[in-house]
Design a protein around this ligand. Structure first.
Ligand SMILES: C[S@@+](CC[C@H](N)C(=O)[O-])C[C@H]1O[C@@H](n2cnc3c(N)ncnc32)[C@H](O)[C@@H]1O
Length: 632
């Protein structure tokens, strides 16, 4: 749906394959209602701070962040697009009283723009590095491919502009006591540091953490590039630092003497030359880590926590960051969540979390990982050791599942229409369902069989004049009766009340008409607004040995234009309720540049098996197919 409509009778068109829209999940509203007025985040004035001798010229920190416009900030290059969230799943762990954690599928810039300011305690991001197009396009997931093609077109400045727009949003979302960790490597870290100095302020810099590891290939002509850089900034003048969260072993190899106490414990001792005071450091008590971390290795193929996500980071790394820079109950965000390391650790440490990713596979893999961590063997009982775990709300932004839209009820339909029309919702004002700027909006029935009537037009007109003194209103509906049109004309001529009609139309999802309609008015929507269908899943099974079978979904087809099947997840002990992939069958990766869609599985015992298979295409389409078989 388009963003700005001011003229009469403009059609709100929806890409749809002819199905009727009847229900919209109420929860999506909760997120949408949090939308705020546009706020410009203050960018620190640093010219004074950085007065350098003229002959050295200016160093970059006294300028605005790259790509930032003084007035519009990043809204000029990345226009604000108001689309609603579509809640596609709510995973319940039985604690309705707790605010749910959120996993969002969509472009993080737009996701963040819909979230409230000053609401997050800690942000960790591990954005794609500036290291070359193919390396970063992890899955060939179209959403990710598009995002990268755009970034790389502008080279390093393009990348930094893309990242800056997002960093500025993260700053807005952080609480005044909050802080951000930006994980990068040699490709762009120095450039990113300069931009962070401009966005957060040089004086808000806390640490450049060197995360050193050794796994991976070595270089023949230079030293091995074996460290990443994590830049830590705070938003305000104070921040959380729990040093106990970053304890490392103390190595007895420094200038201090190594001694043994009466119980045989090793310690080092130092005497202050001035005061004569003696300091004792027990080796087994460890020490707070410095800003170089060499005690955490990258994940190798055998690691139990490895889920196969190509850029997956170790939980130990996130554990150190989250424990050190947040407290239990705080909210942690990762807007490039990938395989879900941040929410997985945050959940284990009793933090609230909100995460997003532009890749459907990343979202699916993250969902699975989180569920597996919380649920017991039977996939029903919540693991007691984790305490009260909030529910998980999974929502889409900008990519809408048609089959969910058709289930909308009256209230959610209204809310969806108004949000998509870029209006503001009102809770209970009788005939007024929302406003666009100050113009009242009425939304007709979700049923296509019930057009707006003459009486509804007159009642709406009366209501807006009586309650608000307005002489202008907008009615959005599937259709309007001739009597309704007549009434609107009469009102305009006789009473100078202008009622605009905006007609919602259903047009086939695969037609170009929809895209043309939207993009002719709003080219910026081109890559963002999509309506997707689940793929058609075709499974073939072949017995290969005793209790062992080959499962193949390569004949499955994406029903989305240009869509390609790119991943399959398997749950070989489906409990009829929740899909949770069998370990090792969450993300099968690529072989010779092709997704692995054929796998082998050996059952532990013979008998009837209930199996669920979840297939994803590269346009964001996903479907779960459930079947039974007799394992022999
Ligand atoms: C380096 S990976 C993150 C890996 C993650 N830290 C982990 O441990 O699994 C970067 C992720 O950013 C996602 N991404 C790229 N552009 C994005 C965007 N505009 N919005 C949201 N996610 C994006 C990619 O899909 C990819 O999953």
């Amino acid at each position: 749906m388009a963003k700005k409509r001011t003229t009469k009778n403009k059609a709100v068109k929806q890409k749809h394959n002819g199905a009727k829209i009847t229900e919209w999940q109420r929860e999506s509203q909760k997120i949408v209602e949090q939308k705020e007025e546009e706020v410009n985040i203050e960018i620190p004035q640093q010219a004074e701070f950085f007065k350098t001798p003229i002959r050295f010229g200016n160093i970059p920190v006294d300028k605005l962040p790259l790509g930032c416009d003084e007035k519009e900030q990043y809204r000029k290059i990345y226009p604000k697009i108001s689309l609603p969230f579509q809640v596609v799943e709510k995973v319940s762990f039985g604690h309705k009283d707790l605010e749910p954690n959120q996993l969002i599928f969509g472009d993080n810039l737009h996701v963040m723009r819909s979230l409230p300011s000053n609401s997050i305690d800690l942000v960790y991001i591990d954005p794609p590095f500036f290291s070359g197009r193919n390396y970063n396009v992890v899955f060939g997931d179209q959403n990710e491919v598009r995002s990268f093609t755009d970034i790389w077109e502008g080279g390093m400045p393009g990348y930094l502009t893309w990242l800056n727009a997002r960093l500025l949003e993260m700053k807005r979302l952080l609480k005044p006591t909050g802080s951000i960790f930006v994980h990068c490597d040699w490709h762009a870290s120095h450039y990113i540091k300069c931009e962070l100095d401009k966005i957060f302020g040089y004086e808000k810099f806390l640490n450049e953490i060197i995360w050193g590891y050794s796994i991976g290939g070595k270089s023949k002509d230079k030293f091995g590039r074996k460290h990443d850089i994590i830049l830590w900034y705070r938003k305000g003048t104070g921040h959380i630092f729990n040093p106990e969260g970053a304890k490392v072993p103390r190595k007895p190899n420094s200038h201090m003497k190594l001694l043994l106490d009466s119980e045989g414990r090793q310690y080092q001792q130092k005497t202050d030359a001035k005061t004569g005071k003696i300091y004792k450091y027990y080796i087994d008590a460890g020490k707070v880590a410095e800003d170089y971390w060499t005690d955490i290795e990258t994940l190798n193929y055998e690691d139990v926590e490895r889920i196969g996500y190509p850029t997956q980071k170790p939980e130990k790394l996130l554990k150190r960051i989250i424990t050190t820079a947040s407290n239990p109950g705080d909210s942690v965000a990762d807007f490039f969540c990938g395989g879900g390391t941040t929410p997985s650790v945050a959940q284990k440490l009793g933090r609230k979390w909100i995460v997003s990713d532009i890749s459907k596979i990343a979202v699916s893999v993250t969902r699975d990982r989180l569920l597996r961590a919380v649920l017991g063997e039977n996939k029903k009982e919540v693991q007691q050791s984790l305490g009260k775990v909030p529910d998980i709300m999974i929502a889409n932004w900008g990519v809408y599942e048609v089959l969910e839209i058709v289930k909308m009820n009256e209230e959610t339909f209204r809310n969806f229409v108004i949000s998509a029309y870029n209006g503001r919702l009102t809770s209970s004002e009788g005939k007024i369902h929302g406003y666009k700027q100050s113009v009242p909006i009425f939304v007709g029935s979700p049923s296509q069989e019930e057009p707006v009537t003459e009486k509804e037009v007159i009642d709406f007109a009366k209501h807006i004049v009586k309650s608000k003194g307005h002489h202008q209103g907008t009615m959005i509906a599937w259709g309007f009766t001739p009597g309704a049109r007549n009434a609107a004309q009469q009102l305009e001529v006789q009473k100078a009340i202008a009622i605009d009609f905006v007609k919602i139309q259903l047009i086939p999802i695969e037609s170009n008409e929809f895209k043309e309609h939207i993009t002719s008015k709003h080219p910026e929507y081109k890559n963002l607004l999509k309506f997707i269908l689940p793929p058609e899943v075709r499974i073939s099974t072949k017995r290969t040995a005793n209790l062992e079978y080959e499962f193949d979904v390569s004949e499955s087809v994406s029903l989305n234009p240009r869509g390609r099947i790119i991943n399959v997840q398997w749950d070989f002990s489906f409990n009829g309720e929740r899909f949770i992939s069998t370990p090792g069958y969450s993300f099968l990766g690529m072989k010779n540049n092709k997704p692995v869609l054929k796998i082998n599985y050996k059952f532990a015992s013979a008998g009837k098996k209930k199996i669920a298979c979840k297939v994803q295409d590269d346009e964001g389409g996903e479907k779960v197919e459930i079947f039974e078989m007799n394992a022999k």
